[in-house]
Design a protein around this ligand. Structure first.
Ligand code: PFF
Length: 452
């Protein structure tokens, strides 16, 4: 069965949809706490360096493979490769995206629950209460599973409407909304008394904090934040038109992603510093530290506090949803084309299996013995295997593939739209993808495994 392949309908839609994949929990939650843990402004400077030297070339590589193949990620690697084994790398990328969908949906579901928790004042209590509230909720058997299924159902709804009327249309609505909400919360946070210290932490570098761990953390964050190595960028690029300027699109997406991450910092640090909380608390930041911060910071204006907190969880859910849509699309496109079925059936296979995976991941958080592997919860195992093993392997092999295996002319043709665009940066791109990126990815990999 041969299928007509669709493209994004407009440049704006194409950039917003891909930026939607990049902008996610990683920007609003992971970036601020990593900035907090790694010395503020110096980390941001290192991060920007990593985004330009690593993130951008890796994103370009996925664009090149995806658009060249005009097919799901597994097949796209195969079409570009000289050996069918390269198809396996594409399939591994799809598998990574598939597994991440399961556990990313769990945290995304928590964000939905917290919209209601904050709107109905359930988070008004002392710090111990807020900590217990989160622990009880996240380890409960039913409620978080229902939210996981709910957010996957929303994702499914968008996906079955297709690339243009589903993904593109949803991104055009959700991304501007997310941006406006973010600005509202940033203004609210920056107007608090003592907010200046947070802004200073974010923008005044303290070079004594500069070390190799900070750089490794910044590199890892740049990959995660740009959704690299998980098939999303490659799948979306397969819907790009032949006229799309890949370099310009990649730069726009990277700028949007970084701007939103920095705005998220401007939302969190001023509020946290204004109540004397140091926002380096790690993963519990958005569900434990921030509710406390909002409650204390707006103690004299509780209604404004409720509005700001609710707005925050809505924007978090939007960010999560746009990323989830792109993750879901990776596997949907794969099943759709490989199983020769309808898009609706392919999406249903993905949604149902991700609901099952998500339910097990969610249940494992309560420490249920039968969902522990080697002392770790299934949730942590998924996170570890995908983020720290599969992702670097796929990223590394992708660099080798484009840098050393695919004929230079094929890569250059895609890079320059068959010679119609300037090729000034092509040489720089090749050096980065051949030498700099693979070495850095190996360093991140070994660092995450504790070897260096
Ligand atoms: N880039 C997303 C974020 O910053 O939250 C996370 C993500 C989405 C990672 C999709 C990977 C992916 F394929």
């Amino acid at each position: 069965m041969s299928k007509e392949r669709v493209n994004f309908g407009s440049k704006l839609g194409m950039v917003l949809a891909t930026a939607g994949s990049a902008v996610g929990l990683g920007n609003v939650w992971r970036f601020p706490y990593m900035t907090g843990q790694n010395g503020g402004a110096v980390f941001i400077m290192g991060y920007i360096g990593c985004v330009v030297l690593l993130g951008l070339p890796c994103m370009m590589s996925e664009f090149i493979i995806g658009r060249h193949g005009a097919a799901n990620t597994g097949r796209a690697y195969g079409k570009m490769g000289t050996h069918s084994l390269w198809r396996l790398v594409g399939c591994m990328s799809v598998l990574t995206g598939f597994l991440i969908t399961g556990y990313y949906a769990v945290v995304s579901g928590w964000c939905l629950q917290y919209i209601f928790s904050s709107a109905f004042g359930e988070l008004n209590g002392n710090p111990t209460y807020i900590t217990e509230y989160f622990k009880d909720f996240s380890s409960a058997p039913l409620q978080p599973v229902i939210w996981t299924v709910a957010i996957l159902a929303m994702t499914h709804f968008v996906i079955i409407h297709g690339v243009r009327s589903g993904i593109e249309r949803a991104s055009k609505i959700m991304m501007p909304l997310l941006f406006i909400l973010l600005l509202v919360v940033v203004v609210g946070s920056c107007m608090l008394p003592g907010a200046g210290r947070g802004i200073e932490f974010l923008f005044r570098p303290d070079f004594s904090k500069l070390d190799s761990n900070m750089f490794l953390a910044a590199m890892g964050q740049s990959f995660y934040s740009l959704s690299i190595g998980m098939g999303c960028i490659c799948t979306f690029a397969s819907y790009f038109s032949r006229q799309a300027n890949l370099m310009k699109s990649a730069v726009n997406i990277v700028l949007i992603d970084s701007l939103i991450a920095i705005l998220a910092g401007l939302m969190i640090f001023p509020a946290a510093f204004s109540v004397g909380v140091n926002p380096d608390s790690g993963p519990s930041l958005i569900f434990i530290t921030l509710p406390n911060v909002f409650r204390e910071a707006f103690a004299s204006m509780p209604i404004l506090g409720t509005i700001i907190a609710t707005g925050f969880y809505i924007l978090l859910s939007l960010a999560a949803l746009t990323s989830l849509i792109s993750l879901h699309e990776v596997s949907t496109a794969f099943f759709y084309e490989e199983l020769h079925t309808t898009r609706k059936k392919a999406a249903t296979i993905v949604t149902v299996s991700c609901c099952i995976m998500g339910a097990f991941c969610s249940l494992s958080i309560g420490g249920r013995d039968w969902l522990m592997i080697g002392g770790k919860s299934l949730f942590d195992v998924f996170d570890f295997v995908t983020g720290q093993i599969f992702l670097p392997i796929v990223g590394f092999l992708t660099c080798l593939f484009l840098g050393w295996v695919v004929p230079r002319k094929t890569v250059k043709d895609e890079f320059t739209n068959w010679g119609t665009l300037r090729s000034t940066l092509f040489g720089v791109y090749m050096v980065l993808i051949r030498y700099v990126c693979p070495v850095c990815i190996v360093a991140i990999f070994l660092n995450q495994l504790g070897v260096i």
